[in-house]
Design a protein around this ligand. Sequence first.
Ligand code: 8X3
Length: 248
Amino acid sequence: MIVLVTGASGGIGASVVHRFVSEGHQVIAAARSGDALQALAQQYPGKVLPVTLNVGDNAAVNVALAALPPEWQAIDVLVNNAGLALGLEPAQRADLDEWEQMVDINIKGLLYVTRAVLPGLVERNRGLVVNLGSVAGRWPYPGGNVYGATKAFVRQFSLNLRADLAGTRVRVTDVEPGMVGGTAFSNVRFNGDDARAAKVYEGTEPLMPDDIADAIYWIASRPDRVNVNTIEIMPVRQSFSALAVDRD
Ligand code: 8X3
């Protein structure tokens, strides 16, 4: 299979690259940061094609995909992993620029890559789109405002894609991870504040990126009659709180 992974330079994206390559597949690893991609490509010569790409730039997405070498063009699996959370402030104090960045990458970037890859999948009448949603798209939490809303978009867009793809053999899955450690997620969310990022995982046991890569590989390796619509995965030590009640 030929697999395109966005946000491939670290975290879940990089784990997905390692997993698919180790199962014998070819991976187009796309991310904004060239150095990490080069390192991945050097680790797997001929098996990983590094593509430096900001998914939030539609023109760049189209140029990059059109420029793929012919033997890399027939993508079988698209893993829309690029995304980020910024800030945990209540909506009334949140930074509008950060909201826009989340919309630009988590929503618009995912749309740009999907729209560019989908015609080929339909034409070949096979393939899989895996979108990285989040438990934050299903379960509200304070400060999750726009991040959670972008992930709710991802869930509904994934289901609506399935509706549009009815009658084709193209599959779509929304993968919704809970807390995942060992990534830059919280560091990015808290703008490089390492101590605050570390506290998110302190004294608990988050999922690791390989747990999500395992799920994605499992989804992709089901018989082609099987479509996993959504899969929600949390660490056993993360669950739900009671609804909040304001009292005098
Ligand atoms: C992130 C999941 O639980 O950190 O997508 O909000 S959580």
